[in-house]
Write a protein that binds this ligand. Structure first.
Ligand code: CMC
Length: 440
């Protein structure tokens, strides 16, 4: 991938500190906000910028994913998510994210073959699973086994070799789904089911999760399409916490499997990928529409840590376009599985309606996000809540590897090393100091 400097330096920002002015270049995005380049700020003015949570900081230049949070737009490589969800399948989207444009038929066929060649895991990896407790969260197994792949696939660890980078990428994407399915089987005490390479990516995942030694799982095209759409919608989301974690881990030169394991860890948190499990558990706790006001009051209280899971987003200040697609699929899946009048779906729709008309949620621009409806669909397909974040992780391996590759190939790539605003002690002479704050 060749990097062009998208930024055009036709404007500068002037920052004056103690009568000294520093001129900072402004770069324009192809779409979206411009950025002020502060690279030389420290050398010229001896100050750092301060931005906890990176709310106003662009950490990199990227050509992969575009989000317009005010309009509720999400595009991979320039293609609208709605169109990709309708017309593509997951592996085509993976190929798009990694190579920059949609593949032709022959390219896609070849890529699908390449991915399916990597679905098997080294036999020794079974020993890893046997080391986990049966009640371990499947995300714990994902983190551990993903990192462990670096000990098995040592011929794809050289980050400076383009061929090895591509091989590692294909291995990560193909094996993540096998690891996820094995984690599920292990947690329910069933034998592992081998992948079947004549199935599509999503069909194969359903097969590995729901077939068993006594019975072959009959794959419904409606559920396979729903599964595939979930994979497409979660495939990338520009510089979110887990992707930034992958980039930061990779910036030190760490191997790709280790970087993706770091991404899986970051995704696990309830403010990020763990929100799909938390959203369904929250709906189950609310139980009935009669309790909605009680929980909304909790969500609005500054004293209560409770938040409405599956609501709100750092970037979207409008309806998350992924949630819109999933709301529609949710109804189709429930109808197909014969779950008529599902009380949890009814509760979710009531909660959404009430929250969207509530002053607090209107003023703070809090809308349902991707995690609000995905759990209801995954539960209807047959997954327990612990698997929801695993499924998110399998899908996000596409975005993580695309973003990791972009970072490695970026000529200005440096180790990520933020600075800080130090507010600790000034120099102390060595010895015990009586301090009111010393509560040990
Ligand atoms: N329920 C109640 N209040 C909320 C919520 C919520 N779900 N989300 C944000 N707020 C309030 C928040 O308390 C804050 O209020 P104030 O201005 O009075 O301090 C205001 O809205 C702005 O929120 P923030 O926490 O400063 O926003 P953020 O950009 O730091 O956090 C978020 C974004 C997604 C972490 C947050 O909205 C949240 O915790 N939502 C629930 C968890 C969730 O659904 N996460 C999935 C995100 S989408 C998938 C993914 O990225 O993995």
């Amino acid at each position: 991938m060749s990097k062009t400097k998208v930024a055009s330096k036709n404007k500068t920002a002037k920052l004056t500190i103690d009568n000294k002015s520093v001129f900072l270049p402004i770069y324009h995005s192809t779409e979206g906000e411009s950025v002020i380049d502060i690279t030389n700020l420290h050398s010229e003015a001896n100050v750092f910028t301060y931005d906890p949570g990176f709310t106003s900081t662009a950490s990199c230049e990227s050509k992969i994913t575009f989000i317009d949070g005010n309009k509720g737009i999400l595009r991979y490589r320039g293609y609208d998510i709605e169109e990709l969800a309708k017309k593509s399948d997951f592996i085509e989207v993976v190929n798009l994210l990694i190579y920059g444009d949609l593949p032709n038929k022959a390219q896609l066929k070849k890529y699908k073959q390449l991915i399916s060649r990597h679905t098997l895991l080294h036999d020794q990896i079974i020993n890893f699973f046997q080391g986990f407790r049966r009640d371990a969260h499947p995300m714990a197994m994902m983190v551990g086994v993903m990192g462990a792949l670096s000990s098995f696939y040592q011929d794809s660890l050289d980050i400076n070799d383009a061929h090895q980078r591509q091989e590692a990428t294909r291995r990560i994407i193909a094996k993540a789904s096998t690891i996820g399915a094995m984690a599920y089987k292990y947690s329910i005490g069933q034998s592992f089911v081998s992948p079947k390479n004549n199935l599509s990516f999503s069909e194969n995942f359903l097969h590995m999760c729901f077939s068993n030694t006594a019975e072959e799982y009959k794959i419904s095209p409606i559920l396979a399409k729903a599964m595939d759409t979930i994979f497409i919608l979660h495939a990338d989301h520009e510089q979110n916490a887990s992707t930034s974690t992958v980039r930061l881990a990779g910036s030190s030169g760490a191997n790709p499997f280790a970087c993706i394991a770091a991404g899986v860890s970051s995704l696990w948190g309830p403010a990020h990928g763990g929100a799909n499990q938390a959203a369904l558990e929250m709906l189950e706790e609310i139980g009935t529409s009669k309790n909605i006001q009680k929980y909304l009051k909790k969500a609005k209280s500054k004293k209560d840590p409770f938040k409405l899971m599956g609501f709100g987003h750092r970037v979207y200040k409008n309806y998350d376009p992924r949630a819109k697609i999933l709301k529609n699929i949710c109804q189709k899946v429930l109808k197909h599985t014969g779950i008529k009048n599902d009380p949890i779906l009814k509760l979710a729709m009531d909660l959404e309606k009430i929250a969207l008309n509530d002053k607090y949620f209107i003023e703070k621009k809090l809308y349902p996000n991707v995690d609000f409806y995905s759990g209801i669909i995954l539960k209807a397909i047959g997954f327990p809540p612990e698997m929801f974040t695993v499924i998110f992780a399998i899908s996000r391996t596409a975005g993580w590897t695309a973003q990791w590759t972009e970072m490695i190939e970026d000529p200005i790539q440096k180790i990520g090393r933020p600075r800080q605003l130090y507010t600790g002690n000034k120099h102390h002479k060595y010895g015990y100091k009586r301090s009111k704050k010393n509560t040990r």
